[in-house]
Design a protein around this ligand. Sequence first.
Ligand code: FAD
Length: 278
Amino acid sequence: MDFLQTPENQLFLGVAVAIVAIGIGALYLYSSKKPKGCLDPENFREFKLVKRHQLSHNVAKFTFELPTPTSVLGLPIGQHISCRGKDSQSEEVIKPYTPTTLDSDVGYFELVIKMYPQGRMSHHFREMRVGDYLAVKGPKGRFKYQIGEVRAFGMLAGGSGITPMFQVARAILENPKDRTKVHLIYANVTYEDILLKDELNGLAAKYPDQFKVYYVLNQPPDVWDGGVGFVTKEMIETHCPAPAHDIKILRCGPPPMNKAMAGHLDALGYSPEMQFQF
Ligand SMILES: Cc1cc2nc3c(=O)[nH]c(=O)nc-3n(C[C@H](O)[C@H](O)[C@H](O)COP(=O)(O)OP(=O)(O)OC[C@H]3O[C@@H](n4cnc5c(N)ncnc54)[C@H](O)[C@@H]3O)c2cc1C
């Protein structure tokens, strides 16, 4: 330690240590900085459709390009975007949609859209071709998922109401630090109507201790081990976490289903704080 005997050398060492510390700090800040999102909550921004993949006669997956290959959409988990289009009468229409991609998917985002014959925004999506632009504004929504906010989620989804549930479930399950349990009841008319079936079954197989899905069909196939008819109180009791201060039941479906589910949840003793409707 003869080197430290002189004041010059002590000063030199002090400056060197300070420079290294500042360098490490700057590197940490740079690497932990989240990339900036591409959404504007006040103004619509245009995103180019680069791929359209028909999943069934009335459902398609739309892939939109972000400004650069490393851009992220910047949508908090649990929130959605507003999409603007024109209906068959050329009147403006704005509807909410939840991408099935997360910010871990860089350079693009995807929407899985169910197009109803008489639906106004459905018309816009039906007419969209690769190369067209979609006007999008956001993030929107009252729900923003925070890791550890509940011990378990129950999810009651109908038809295209699966997309917000899928987004939240994916974010939880793909985060090794998040041990929240997810119990999904997903209702449709026929087996062919089940959206994201492969993705949901894949999550259930990969995370059997954390994620369970129970399908309910109005018109089940001949061989069927899921629920039949509409979602009942008994199905919720069997497949969702019981009322407790540290659980939440999310619901998203057509208005009649949401209304029926709210009635079931109230009757089963879930307080308003334990329920959320997208
Ligand atoms: C938070 C949130 C996220 C959503 N995310 C998605 C998504 O990712 N993908 C997606 O496809 N949709 C999603 N939706 C639904 C979407 O916002 C529209 O309601 C849907 O696309 C229908 O709009 P439309 O203008 O085409 O139909 P509308 O013009 O509103 O309705 C016309 C007719 O279509 C039929 N219809 C409309 N909605 C439904 C329904 N839910 N169930 C059964 N019949 C219906 C009815 O017959 C209705 O009379 C989401 C909704 C919410 C609240």
